[in-house]
Write a protein that binds this ligand. Structure first.
Ligand code: ZN
Length: 221
């Protein structure tokens, strides 16, 4: 089973990907993993990627496509994979379809996870800032419980104002999240619709518990 999973930040894509891989035994392919793998292989392609990354630049689409093509030709993914986090733009989607045609492969399911923006903002609005050192961190990293002191500078209270050491800049956080959702809506969703012209695409409602969403995914696999 060859699968692609797409979704905005905060929709639960990571959790569901993990579940799909466990249930179906397909190989999880994330772009970060394949770039690291290409570099480790020491191939000419890997060396070019290393150069780009060393320079702190983003991997250009054409190089990304080369790596993807190379990864999809390996033996371990011939029976199935779950492609996570790719393609992200219409240009990548078009090149990706072309590559699959070239190597004679297809995709069995494209899963697009969706949730209302307000719900995602509610889930993700967890950034907290230290009043002393201004370091920004996310509550998710602390099990959603606000720590009583700053792990960066040790500040445990705001003596002057008698307030907690860490505080949430809600407006700021929400704006950032909404921007990322907008990027998903404008760039990644159109990529999904390009894939839909060639492969079966299913929109998955990301609302509800992890188990409920997993059940929806299972029903279309
Ligand atoms: Zn601090």
């Amino acid at each position: 089973m060859k699968l692609i999973i797409m979704g905005p930040p905060g929709v639960g894509k990571g959790t569901q990907s993990h579940g799909i891989v466990q249930d179906t035994g397909v190989v999880h392919i994330s772009t970060g993993d394949i770039l690291r793998m290409a570099i480790r292989s020491g191939s000419e392609l890997g060396l070019s990627i290393q150069d780009v990354m060393n320079a702190g630049d983003l991997i250009p689409d054409d190089l990304m496509m080369e790596v993807m093509k190379e990864r999809l030709s390996h033996d371990d993914v011939q029976e199935g994979y779950l492609l996570d986090g790719f393609p992200r733009t219409p240009a990548q989607a078009m090149s990706f379809v072309k590559i699959l045609d070239e190597i004679g492969q297809s995709v069995d399911r494209v899963l697009v996870m969706r949730a209302p923006a307000d719900e995602i903002v509610r889930r993700l609005a967890g950034r907290i800032t230290c009043r002393a050192c201004n370091e920004v961190m996310n509550l998710v990293g602390f099990g959603r419980v606000t720590p009583t002191f700053c792990p960066f500078c040790g500040n445990d209270k705001d003596e002057e104002r008698g307030k907690d050491a860490l505080y949430q800049r809600a407006d700021d956080t929400e704006a950032t999240i909404r921007h990322r959702l907008e990027v998903f809506r404008k760039k990644t969703l159109p990529a999904a619709w390009i894939l839909e012209e060639r492969y079966p695409l299913f929109e998955i409602d990301g609302l509800g518990t992890t188990a409920e969403v997993a059940q929806r995914i299972k029903s279309v696999l």
